[in-house]
Design a protein around this ligand. Sequence first.
Ligand code: FRU
Length: 316
Amino acid sequence: MLKKVFLFKGILISFFLVGLIVFSSCQKAEKKKILIGFSQSTMIDPWRINMLEQMKDAVKEHEGEIDFVFTDGQNDNIKQISDVEDLFSRGIDLLIISPREAEPLTSVIERVFKAGIPVITLDRNITSDSYTCFIGASNFRIGEGAGRLMTSLLEKGGQVIEIEGILGATPTIDRSDGFHSVIDSIPGIQVIGKQPADYLREPALKIMEDFLQSQPRIDGVYAHNDEMALGALTALKAEDREGVVVIGIDGQKEAFESIMAGKLSATFIYPNGSAQAIEIALKILKGEKVPKNIELKSQMVNKSNVHLFYKPDSYF
Ligand code: FRU
């Protein structure tokens, strides 16, 4: 009888101990979950929607490790500044940000970084080096590539329109500088007009309509992204001014379709880096050293290789 009581007590104690271990390890696992905040500049265009979707997929792969919170800056610097302040006050362990414009967002990012929160800048950068790691393709190199391509497609020379992205965003500056570093030294080619359309299709369409009214001769259009290139193509079609060389950037599905249809001349794939951002975030938070700059590869896509990149089932 006494033996049975001891056995019973023993079992109870073991259950209790096992329970305690499970409970405390669960608590440890809970504690280990890190909070990553992502401040997106806007969700107004397909490239950014795709970026967020892919980031969420990357987070899902580390479900037990990461809590993820996201804000939409609504294409407004002031809104994005308050988003960053809000994320900071929610106690994020790390900030991922794609800043709408460099200058206006720099000081709030600096404050977060100086408070000891690691910062990953994604695709667009800031004007100081107060960030842990920048991830993105080289927009200067993409601009150079577009310049070389325009030069070879306009062998007899020609007049070119440049449709720019958001003026204070680093990709806009680099895409323009890279392009001009090539094109400005080609005697037969002239950039006869340039206007910002903020990376959006509708404003680009309107700008192109205006250029078509004022410029009797346009041979090429260099648009800083596909959305704007597609807008320009719509305007060219409406005026029956087809056969113009149009180059875009991003590599979105509709751009590939336009290439296949013989309308868009080429695009440059601009990877969004969201999966890399999550991988790098985990490394940083585990105390590993990461490079200050991670350059993602771009790729020129035209009629000769578009079949290698076009995926009928993808939404972007
Ligand atoms: C540049 C960019 C473009 C893209 C746009 C979307 O920062 O990434 O390539 O089309 O922003 O907002």
